[in-house]
Ligand binder design. Structure first.
Ligand SMILES: [Zn+2]
Ligand SMILES: [Zn+2]
Length: 230
């Protein structure tokens, strides 16, 4: 019997003739949990992909939020499937911090459809790397797990430099400090199109720094796709 990876209730499959034609259902999430995952459906910020309906009118102008206006890098685009909620946070905590590696499979179907709808199919997926220390602690890279759910066109041209925690710094000092990422193999990067993959977009500093690093190494285009826009 298949169970929901989030609440562990048995999955009751609604039988229909189409299901006979599919090899097997990839659903690993029950309808109750699915309904609790807040998909971003309203109009979004063209830069970071957040829902503009969640913002006060003073926090955006036309189709761009104030945060993206401050970044002032009009060529960067992020898209996210879900908005942040306590429910999503609890799932991400189980995934990243409690070693529930399989739970992410619950999102596979929606995540894959979103990727197909929003992203350039030719772009090479680049999971945001962890530092060696973090990878050792966690045992896996959550961004690589997310990338593997949607494509096998994945490369790791970046490494993450060990150093200070970026969340303690403001936007200006984050950009001014020594780079958080470096390219390990520029021949992999030149003239390529990339899609960065990460679990959560919070301030945007991580994906933007990774994008900047790839662009400086000669990438033709870099966008990002994250599961959640916090
Ligand atoms: Zn469930
Ligand atoms: Zn934005």
């Amino acid at each position: 019997m298949t169970i929901c990876l989030i609440c562990f209730e048995p999955l009751v499959s609604s039988f229909d003739w189409r299901s006979l034609l599919k090899p097997s259902s990839t659903d690993r999430i029950c309808t109750v949990c699915l309904q609790r995952c807040p998909i971003i459906t309203s109009s979004i910020c063209r830069g970071c992909g957040r829902s503009l309906a969640d913002l006060a009118p003073s926090h955006y102008e036309l189709d761009t939020c104030k945060d993206c206006q401050k970044w002032n890098d009009g060529s960067f685009f992020n898209r996210s499937l879900y908005t942040y909620s306590n429910f999503m946070q609890s799932i991400i905590e189980r995934f990243k911090f409690q070693g529930d590696y399989e739970i992410i499979q619950a999102f596979k179907e929606q995540w894959y459809k979103f990727y197909k709808k929003e992203c350039n199919p030719k772009a090479i997926l680049v999971p945001i790397p962890l530092t060696d220390e973090r990878l050792y602690e966690r045992g896996f890279n959550q961004s690589l797990a997310l990338a593997e759910l949607i494509s096998d066109n994945i490369e790791m041209p970046l490494v993450r430099c060990s150093g200070t925690k970026q969340s303690k710094k403001n936007r200006r000092s984050r950009l001014a400090e020594r780079p958080e990422f470096k390219v390990v193999n520029s021949s992999m990067v030149t003239n390529q199109e990339f899609l960065l993959i990460d679990d959560i977009y919070t301030t945007g500093a991580t994906v933007r720094q990774a994008a900047k690093c790839l662009q400086e190494a000669g990438a033709r285009s870099v966008r990002s796709l994250t599961l959640i826009r916090a």
